[in-house]
Write a protein that binds this ligand. Structure first.
Ligand code: GRF
Length: 192
């Protein structure tokens, strides 16, 4: 079994896709042992509670320094002894010490075809560049934001009448297939 801790900040639809995959036994033996959010109102916490997954809330606002928050978060995560840490809409820039601590076992999903468009506003940037395709990427987390080794990508065509909103919706949909597939792959490799 691969022990998974998921970090979220918001809606948690990717978390839901992972929970659904686990419940269908399609996560390669992966088991989500905790969901941690830096925002108390994150709807993803509700999703986790509905699936009987332990949840925690740790607010970055309670810490003066980024380093202190990350150290506290690291300790919370470590308490669950995870084999894999999954960032699913976790809206925080991570400190180098945090990233180094989990290097090789922390993954993220990003709404662009990396290395294109790290950072924010990926859909508007793809449109503005006149790209004919767009998509999402699952990658290992390294010290530079959105730059780690790519695990899997999924593509969609950009249509003539697409807006940033329609692109965002379609990318979000493919993320829900892509993330469980990537996590499953990792869990399968993790299992002797
Ligand atoms: C996704 O678009 C993901 O690519 C990005 O944050 C968003 C999270 O959405 N990193 P949700 O909270 O999983 O619905």
């Amino acid at each position: 079994m691969t022990r998974i801790v998921v970090l979220i900040s918001g809606h948690g639809s990717n978390l839901q896709a992972l929970i659904d995959a686990q419940q269908r036994a399609e996560l390669g033996g992966g088991q989500i042992v905790a969901v941690i959010s830096n925002r108390a109102e994150a709807y993803g916490l509700e999703r986790a509670r509905n699936a009987n997954i332990p949840t925690e809330h740790l607010s970055h606002r309670d810490f003066a320094e980024r380093e202190d928050f990350d150290a506290a978060l690291m300790a919370r995560i470590d308490a669950y002894m995870p084999d894999l840490v999954v960032l699913a809409g976790f809206m925080r820039i991570l400190t180098p010490a945090f990233v180094r601590h989990f290097v090789g076992k922390m993954v993220n999903i990003h709404p662009s075809l990396l290395p294109k468009y790290p950072g924010l506003h990926t859909h508007a940037r793809a449109l503005e560049a006149g790209d004919t395709e767009h998509g999402a990427t699952v990658h290992f987390v390294t010290e530079n934001v959105d730059e780690g080794p790519i695990i899997l990508q999924s593509r969609i065509p950009v249509l003539a009448n697409d807006t940033a909103d329609t692109l965002q919706q379609r990318v979000h949909q493919i993320e829900h297939q892509l993330y469980p597939r990537a996590v499953r792959m990792i869990c399968e490799q993790n299992t002797p």
